[in-house]
Write a protein that binds this ligand. Sequence first.
Ligand SMILES: *[C@@H]1O[C@H](CO)[C@@H](O)[C@H](O)[C@H]1NC(C)=O
Ligand SMILES: [Zn+2]
Length: 474
Amino acid sequence: MIRLLFVLSFFSLLFTLAFAGSWSTQNLESRKDDLHPEILRDEAVARLEELGKVSDAEGYLERTFMSPASVRAGHLIRGWMEDAGLRTWIDQMGNVHGRVDGINASSMAILIGSHLDTVVDAGIFDGSLGIVSAISALKVLNACGKLGNLLRPVEVIAFSDEEGVRFQSTFLGSAAVAGILPASALQFSDKSGVTVQEVLKENSIQTSEENLYNLKYERDSVWGYVEVHIEQGPVLEWRGLPLGVVKGIAGQTRLKVTVRGSQGHAGTVPMSMRQDPMSAAAELIVLLESFCKQPEDFLSFDDHCKASTVQSLSTSLVCTVGEISSWPSASNVIPGQVIFTVDVRAIDDMGREAVIYELSNRMYQICDRRSVSCMIERKHDAGAVMCDDELHRQLKFAAHSALKRMLDNQFLDEVPVLMSGAGHDAMAISHLTKVGMIFVRCRGGVSHSPEEHVLDDDVWAAGLSVLAFLETHM
Ligand SMILES: *[C@@H]1O[C@H](CO)[C@@H](O)[C@H](O)[C@H]1NC(C)=O
Ligand SMILES: [Zn+2]
């Protein structure tokens, strides 16, 4: 059965690839003023470039929580929101909001957002694309006199912190809106000892534990949350389409593996008498790679691990050893100890548990065989977030109709459905309301780098998809 599913998905992939080639933007220039290229593409691209110059650093892009550049970026975004006809404010966590009431100010609102902060030496699209495309889509509705036709309020939020560079804590902005930010977060301090509360105060934002709590949105005031974000991976480029819809955000487990052996002289201990934790670690890492490439070969089917779980793992499981250290780390010493990290991500939480369980068993077996001691500690766990089915369908429809309009109704296969391996504000907001995401193709899958790039026409497609989504709420 599993094998059959694989075969079927392989053929559907071939099918997609065969038609992806039909995507071409050649004739776009000559058409379609109703697709608003001047707002959704030209102005949006200009705004992304302008925002990309708002930096705390000389020569590269860096905007951290409430830094001078972040505050300037917030003001710029606020001006664009007002230009789109939105009522704006900045909240107790420095998030920038722009809202339009539509025909009924008291019905549940659609939130659309992403983050305005960046990593160090960032690209200009990560976060900003979601903010700019939402504002641009609303600007089009405003220009056509249709903002008032929206069935429910629509609110764009530019979140103040997603990357967590300054305070080593992600989602300060979106977690506060979702009501899951602990009050203790106000006392987090940065490298120079300044706390979150102090940096807000420096910017004339008085945030206490009490009004932090007031920032939380009520569940019954929010209909759902939508986020447009660059893919930060290569799949859409490979599929040859500018947009995809996100099925869910992967859950994650971080392990710390400590391998202890027998420290010794590199020249005098015969190979047969060694208990070398470095060689053992190498075997463990290669096991991890084989396991995560073909989990179906390692997991047995039983009540704990259903066939559907294994199938979802085979398409979503990714495992990485990103950090390794040895002691004493000298070229002429057999190490006494090696420590490495393991990052495991998958869309299926049960599957991820099964992987950790089976992987740990096999790692301990290898350590036993090599007579080294192993300790596997779980350092971090985050559950997967599944996007809401209804919202997923609406966004898929919106992305599809945006692409169809751009492609002039040429044959278009299904919009790709992707899994997000990276965390996003949508993860925090999923504690408040249902969430959905659209991914936008980026060149080479590169992100968190000045090389990050999105084609002008793909920026346009992103804005059109938000517009199409909003049109289904009119
Ligand atoms: C506006 O929405 C609220 C909340 O859903 C509802 O109670 C009210 O009847 C609506 N008003 C109109 C005029 O539809
Ligand atoms: Zn991001």
